[in-house]
Design a protein around this ligand. Structure first.
Ligand SMILES: [Zn+2]
Length: 379
């Protein structure tokens, strides 16, 4: 690894930041100290000495935002405080000349309870994830600085998936009927669930009507419902849900594609081997209007970070760089209500990827960030 110590503008509290590429980054020690006329001098008029102290601001300078606009990005207290024209914002300068900036990613399908590599995910540029099955004890886990939305155990039938296989130890709540399923949803919501997951596997599932009652209860509590349903027929049984936890791997009829086109799907193409049927299903769902959310099923897959196999398969399914970036950032931020993520704009978390190429033109650049920032800290 090449290394370069960036000596940041004089601030006693600022640690040296070591970057792994000396080709483009320059030491910029003299810049911010002499620039006191910046349009984004957000702290100058506030003398409370806390977050608004000018010394607490840093500016990523010289970067191009994904898509092509050059900008200064000013951060403080873990948040983005301003985005402005190049060379206009004040703060300790972090020179990212010649690099591109994109928001950090959201992985909409992971299993950190059975493979807790949150550090690997954060290091690879994933700031937030949706955990789609874990025992109830996992609700109290402190995974900061990762933002995690959790389903807790799947709401399933007696002996239903996944209680007889990998999920025997608390990954499913077995429910005999609609009343039990509704009670399970209410219990999970009370424990802090951010969504509900209900599987349909064709074996010991909740009845369709019990699932519908559970979904209605979840919606009344403001929770979306994901369904694990990997064939066209099972996806048809799951139409009360909001999203498919996986792109189905079995063939889907035109009418099922059409019905799911009004809903959402988590890609997880690599998790099932990326077969041509699965890839084609995602292409058709997207063409039918489905919201596509980037997701890896991490835990079952093992690439912590932004998965190059998943990105390659998304391209195969017809998503271009802009669509892939959206599926991992703005779209899931909006879909899941993670409103501090998904965009580089004031008020959002200072969580972003510093990239060697524009991800709009080269989506694979997302998988090898030069640097990752999570809530204002370099990983
Ligand atoms: Zn999964």
């Amino acid at each position: 690894m090449l290394s370069l110590t960036l000596t940041l503008f004089a601030c006693a509290k600022t640690p040296e930041i070591v970057l792994d590429d000396s080709a483009t980054f320059d030491s910029t020690g003299s810049d911010a100290g002499s620039d006191d006329a910046g349009a984004g001098d957000a702290g100058a008029t506030d003398d409370t000495g806390t977050a608004s102290d000018p010394e607490d601001y840093r500016v990523l300078r010289g970067a191009i935002l994904a898509g092509g606009e050059a900008a200064d990005v000013q951060i403080a207290g873990g948040r983005i405080t301003a985005v402005g024209a190049p060379d206009t914002l004040e703060g300790e300068v972090v020179d990212v000349s010649g690099r591109w900036l994109a928001p950090a990613f959201i992985d909409s399908h992971v299993h950190l309870a059975y493979l807790d590599d949150r550090d690997g995910m954060l290091d690879g540029g994933v700031a937030a994830a949706v955990d789609m099955a874990a025992p109830t004890t996992f609700f109290v886990a402190d995974l900061s600085p990762m933002t995690l939305l959790m389903s807790g155990p799947m709401v399933t039938g007696i002996g239903g998936y996944p209680t007889q296989s990998w999920g025997a130890n608390g990954y499913g709540l077995e429910c005999a009927d609609a009343d039990a399923a509704v009670a399970a949803v209410e219990e999970l919501a009370g424990l802090g669930a951010g969504l509900i997951k209900i599987p349909r596997t064709g074996s010991n599932d909740l009845s369709v009507s019990a699932m519908e009652a559970a979904v209605e209860a979840a919606h009344a509590l403001g929770l979306k419902v994901a369904s694990h349903a990997t064939s066209g027929d099972l996806a048809a049984e799951a139409l009360s849900a909001d999203l498919l936890a996986h792109t189905p791997t079995g063939s889907m009829s035109a009418s099922i594609v059409e019905a799911w086109g009004a809903r959402a799907v988590v890609s997880t193409l690599d998790a099932f081997g990326g077969t041509s049927t699965t890839v084609e299903n995602l292409r058709q769902l997207r063409e039918a209007g489905a919201t596509v959310l980037y997701g890896t099923d991490f835990g079952n897959t093992r690439n912590a970070g932004i998965d190059p196999e998943e990105i390659a398969l998304l391209m195969e399914a017809g998503l271009d760089g802009a669509a892939i970036l959206a599926a991992g950032t703005a779209t899931p931020a909006d879909y899941w209500g993670l409103d501090t993520l998904g965009a580089i704009e004031p008020g959002r978390d200072a969580s972003f990827l510093v990239l060697s190429a524009d991800p709009i033109a080269d989506a694979m650049a997302l998988t090898k960030p030069v640097q990752v920032w999570i809530q204002g800290e370099v990983r």
